[in-house]
Structure formats: structure tokens, C-alpha cells
Design a protein around this ligand. Sequence first.
Ligand code: PGA
Length: 255
Amino acid sequence: MNRDLRKTIIAGNWKMNKTPAKSKLLIDEIIPLCSGGGCEVVLCVPFTSLATAVDAVKSTDIKIGAQNVHFEASGAYTGEISAAMLKEVGAGYVIIGHSERRQYFGETDETVNKRTKAALSAGIIPIVCVGEHLWEREADITEEVVSKQIKLAFAGIDAAGAAKTVVAYEPVWAIGTGKTATSEQAQDACKLIRDRLAALYGKDTADSITIQYGGSMNAANAAELLAKEDVDGGLIGGASLKSEDFGVIIKAAMI
Ligand code: PGA
């Protein structure tokens, strides 16, 4: 983390968990754990829980996010949700290009780019996910894979847009597996992403962008990961559904 240069952001990715009523119960447990400041807390809940979640956090600093957004403004896209719809319901953030969407729902670097632009035009902060598969790491092409994902995700986005974007480095092999990247691996990848952003937008813009680590971040390993200079927060799946664990991670980010 480097709070002088950029925001520290701890985001929970609830994935396909929690009905609206259950979301409210979990948020009520999380609210008291966020006092103290020093980091932004974001809860990325299912679409159906957005309105409940926005209402539940209205007197707090917690922000609510979605987990996907369609890139078109409106029209015949049955089942899809636009950025304007998210904005009106009160979502401040949206996760884009999560590896589960790339793996199961045909997300590509091109659609990640289109969704990122749609979120930015609606005034929603995109959390753009990138990361390599295990076989890519083993073949020693992590740098190429992540650099390509960054370049394509940000294609056609200017420095002002980039400065409003959050990046999450999520090695696919670490997501939901209990296998966390070492703090050195996380730092190296987050630094690589910052260098790529600096090549595209200059050092000042790159230094201002929050780059999170995601992939089995938990109460036991968060402090060590967050101590790294270029790891500016976390995108947390499993541990964000357990208020006690999520609270420990938030505290680690506030130090
Ligand atoms: P995990 O998920 O913390 O359960 O590994 C992270 C993510 O998918 O964003």
C-alpha cells in the first residue's frame, strides 16, 4: 500500500451468494467493522441485492458494487443490466472481467474493454480483473499474459478514465483454491501492472491507480500481502462472506 499516492480499497466479491434478506444481515455485521477509516470498503453483491445493500449502508462510508455490467446502453439484450441501471440503483463500483466470467460466460479482453468504457461513461468505478492461469505461470508467460490483458482492457481509454479505474490482479490458480500467491509474487505482478499503466499513461497516473490483489486473500495472509508497496487492497471472495474474517482484512488495510 502507499496511501500517500493512492486509495487503499478492500472489496468483497460475494459472487452468487446471499438473497437480499441475507445480504442485509451480513451487511449489518460488517458495518461496525469498518469504523476507523484509512481504506475504502466496497461490497460487490448480486444484482438482486443491490437496492437492499445501498439502503443498508446509506449512513456509512461503505460503497456498493455490482459484479458485471453490459456494454450497451439499452436494447434487446435479454437478461442483461446496463451501467445506467446500476448507477440509478446506487452502485458505485462494478467488477469487470472476473476470471469466472471469462471462464464460464465467454468474457474476452474485448468485452472487458467495452464494459470498462460503459462503466466509466456512467460514472461507475470499474474494478478490472486480470490474471494468469497456472499453466501460463508454469510456462513463464505471466508477464506477457497480464500485459496483454491490461493493454486490451484499457484500449481507447484516456488517462482521465484510467485514473478512475481500479485493477485487480487475480491469478486464476489462486481463486477459491486456498492457494494464495506469495506476497512477492503479488508484488511483482502488481508492479508489472503499474509499469504497463505507466507506459500507457505516464508515471503520475499509474502511481495514482489502486491495484488490488485477489485470490484466497484471508484473515491470516492479508497483512503480509497489503504490506507490499504496489498491493493497494484486496478483492476478496470466500473470506468476504464471513464478517469476522473480512473485519480482520479491513483492519489490516487500515494500519
Ligand atoms: P477468493 O475469490 O478470495 O474466494 O479466492 C477472489 C475472487 O474471486 O475475487
